[in-house]
Design a protein around this ligand. Structure first.
Ligand code: PEP
Length: 257
């Protein structure tokens, strides 16, 4: 059985006091949930990591970063390493988000190096893949998914692969209010699982978790979670408010697969 994982990507939002307030609100709202049943992750900006960790430690909520560099230390101005993120309390790192691919020159090669570094640090990578609207309209969705999945996972053993969470995020659905229909999400997730079976084996593919991301809200999480290959969600906008993120988490936790 694949354990549901709901992660909130806070992007470039929240000052330290605002992040503490949001984390406290989530802790209050979600205290009844058991970490055995569902993984809940919040991903604040770097500057708020330490303070947010103070709030969520000893709760069912885990913490992730939104990116990481692949070197542990050195003359790499502006970067933050996995070792440092672990030190701040992170157990997850989002890698290859489409905003990083689009605005910061992230490629399959850099994604691959970063995922490798995240795994080496003993953290869980959330590796994002997904097509743009132009690619979908040109019938290139599956080709893009193959490129992102195979490129990102290059050189990883099956033992490493099962530790990686994949987030399928159609770029046209991120922050736009347009969600992929449950059928579109399921089609892409099933395709990705098929790729994982080809790259590794059916057993490995059956173990790997694939989250959906793109305008997930309290009113669409249930139908998405009912899809057989959707194992959770990566949530942007709706993770910035206690009510909406807590609602998404609670609804997802009720769906037993
Ligand atoms: C995201 O940031 O990964 C995301 C899916 O954003 P949103 O939920 O706002 O579309």
């Amino acid at each position: 059985m694949r354990k549901t994982i709901i992660a909130g990507n806070w992007k470039l939002y929240k000052t330290i006091p605002e992040a503490i307030e949001l984390a406290n609100g989530l802790k209050r709202e979600l205290f009844q949930l058991d970490a055995q049943d569902i993984e809940i992750v919040i991903c604040p900006v770097y500057t708020a990591l330490t303070e947010v960790f103070e709030v969520i430690q000893n709760s069912a909520i885990g913490m992730g970063a939104q990116d990481a560099y692949w070197q542990d230390e050195g003359a790499f101005t502006g970067e933050v390493s996995c070792k440092m993120l672990k030190d701040a309390g992170c157990t997850y790192v989002i890698i290859g988000h489409s905003e990083r691919r689009q605005f910061f020159g992230e490629t399959n090669e850099t994604v691959n190096k970063k995922v490798k570094a995240v795994l080496a640090a003993g953290l869980t990578p959330i590796m994002c893949v997904g097509e743009t609207l132009a690619e979908r309209e040109a019938n290139k969705t599956f080709a893009v998914l193959e490129d992102h999945v195979a490129g990102g996972l290059k050189g990883f053993s099956a033992e490493d692969a099962v530790k990686i969470v994949i987030a399928y995020e159609p770029v046209w659905a991120i922050g736009t209010g347009k969600t992929a229909t449950p059928a579109q999400a399921q089609e892409a997730h099933a395709y990705i699982r098929g790729l994982l079976a080809k790259l590794y084996s059916k057993e490995v593919a059956a173990k790997m978790r694939i989250q959906y991301g793109g305008s997930v809200k309290p009113d669409n999480i249930e139908e998405l979670m009912h899809q057989p290959d959707v194992d959770g969600a990566l949530v942007g906008g709706a993770s910035l408010k206690v009510d909406s993120f807590a609602d998404i988490v609670k609804k997802a936790a009720k769906i037993r697969k």
